[in-house]
Design a protein around this ligand. Structure first.
Ligand code: MD3
Ligand code: FE
Length: 203
């Protein structure tokens, strides 16, 4: 089903379920070759989420700041290309939300062990805010915190589950958002973790 959460924010529940077996096989293979790592905040603290990337641009956080880089700092190699299943999923989800011809150049993979969370923030590292972001949830459920244009806007709690896709465009593209600590559990396919993909046009 398709639910509008805010102007430009479109929740497609279960949209990724049909491609999940293929998607998970690609992701599991990627994560074993490119293990997710804890990036650092500019304040010098490790983030609780572990991240890896695919595509032309990978998101990297360090004491020097946040941003997109063409090479993996762990091995100085380009990030692997996004598989067709991910490009297809991003394009069809974006189309459902009214964005024709969405071609992401970055796939950030956030891995949440139980207890991991993400504080309220805005996504500001991309060049063109008229491009939407497509997010895909896998594994354990999570409470997504969806705020507004101001940090002080009270966040709405959205229960995201395995297979959910949300397209963030329009005004919502600049809204504050975060993820509450993931509760312990076991997912039959993904195991004891939550994984979120964010598909973006970074450049
Ligand atoms: C709303 N990731 O990687 S995905 C991030 O579940 C990030 O890992 C979260 O926030 C996660 O930056 C949330 C949903 C999401 C992604 C980007 C957004 C929601 C957004 C950008 C603008 C507004
Ligand atoms: Fe974000």
């Amino acid at each position: 089903s398709k639910v509008m959460l805010a102007p430009g924010a479109c929740w497609l529940s279960g949209f990724a379920l049909p491609c999940m077996p293929v998607l998970w096989s690609c992701l599991a293979q990627h994560l074993s070759a490119h293990p997710p790592r804890q990036m650092m905040t500019p304040m010098g603290y490790p983030m609780s989420v572990r991240t890896s990337s695919m595509g032309d641009w990978g998101w990297v956080g360090s004491a020097a700041g946040y941003g997109y880089q063409a090479a993996d700092p762990a091995n100085h190699q380009p990030w692997p290309a996004m598989p067709e299943v991910i490009l297809q999923l991003a394009a069809t989800a974006a189309q459902q939300a009214g964005y024709a011809d969405f071609v992401p150049d970055s796939c950030l993979i956030n891995v949440y062990a139980p207890g991991s969370k993400m504080g309220l923030h805005q996504d500001k590292d991309e060049q063109d805010f008229t491009q939407p972001i497509v997010s895909v949830s896998l594994g354990l459920p999570a409470t997504f915190l969806f705020g507004g244009a101001r940090r002080t806007d009270k966040p709405v709690k959205i229960p995201l589950v395995h297979g959910d896709v949300v397209v963030w465009g329009g005004a919502s593209r600049r809204f504050y958002h975060g993820v509450a600590p993931v509760q312990p559990g076991q997912h039959p396919l993904i195991g004891p973790q939550r994984i979120n993909l964010t598909l973006r046009k970074a450049r």
